[in-house]
Design a protein around this ligand. Structure first.
Ligand SMILES: [Zn+2]
Length: 214
């Protein structure tokens, strides 16, 4: 875990030698991507070491909750016969089937009682990696007047990447939480490349010590 973290941090430092400090403004929100049982060790589509994101995410969640800032949690929320499943010709084993244990957000995650759940990829014939794709997320963020979106979770090279890129595309200041993401790396280097792409497209990559709370 730490090895990858320092590697990611090094890449970031090489890309952006001056570390920016980011404040939690009143227009900030946290988006926790897909920290569901099936994506954690023991789950149907476990991200190797995926549980390493929980402790740092809990710290971020605590920070946002303390400031009364909104916390969103996305869920992969598939019907039984989903197009992304191997039996339907998709790339993945069945995972995150609606109303099953695997689709539940990990009980180790300290989500606040007023967490806003965002379900995605719930249509049988369409997949969605991004938390913004055919969901309420954009609308909800705008309704709350959010301008700055902090994103962490699983997996770096799929749903985190897609969510970050959509967030940028939609015009939000987008902060990638380097110490609270973990990738699948189906091909070696996928996560590293995903991080590079997100930064090149405008994401600001930080770790928790870069946040200023007032
Ligand atoms: Zn899925």
């Amino acid at each position: 875990m730490y090895q990858q973290f320092f590697l990611e941090r090094l890449i970031f430092r090489l890309c952006y030698p001056t570390i920016v400090k980011i404040s939690l403004t009143r227009r900030s929100a946290l988006v926790v991507v897909d920290v569901q049982n099936d994506f954690l060790p023991g789950g149907a589509l476990a991200v190797p070491g995926g549980d390493s994101v929980i402790e740092p995410l809990n710290k971020y969640i605590g920070m946002f909750a303390k400031q009364g800032l909104p916390v969103f949690a996305t869920r992969d929320w598939h019907p039984k016969q989903h197009v992304s499943f191997k039996e339907k010709g998709g790339p993945w084993p069945p995972h995150c089937v609606q109303n099953t244990w695997g689709a539940e957000i990990s009980s180790m995650l300290s989500i606040p009682p007023d967490v806003r759940i965002v379900d995605k990829a719930f249509s049988p014939d369409r997949d969605a990696y991004s938390g913004f794709q055919e969901t309420i997320l954009d609308l909800e963020l705008r309704r709350l007047g959010i301008r700055r979106v902090f994103i962490g979770g699983l997996a770096t090279d799929y749903c985190v990447k897609a969510t970050v890129l959509d967030s940028l595309e939609l015009g939000f200041e987008t902060i990638l939480l380097l110490d609270a993401i973990k990738g699948v790396d189906v091909n070696p280097g996928d996560s590293e490349n995903a991080i590079k792409t997100m930064i090149l497209k405008g994401a600001i990559a930080i770790t928790i010590e870069d946040i200023i709370t007032s």
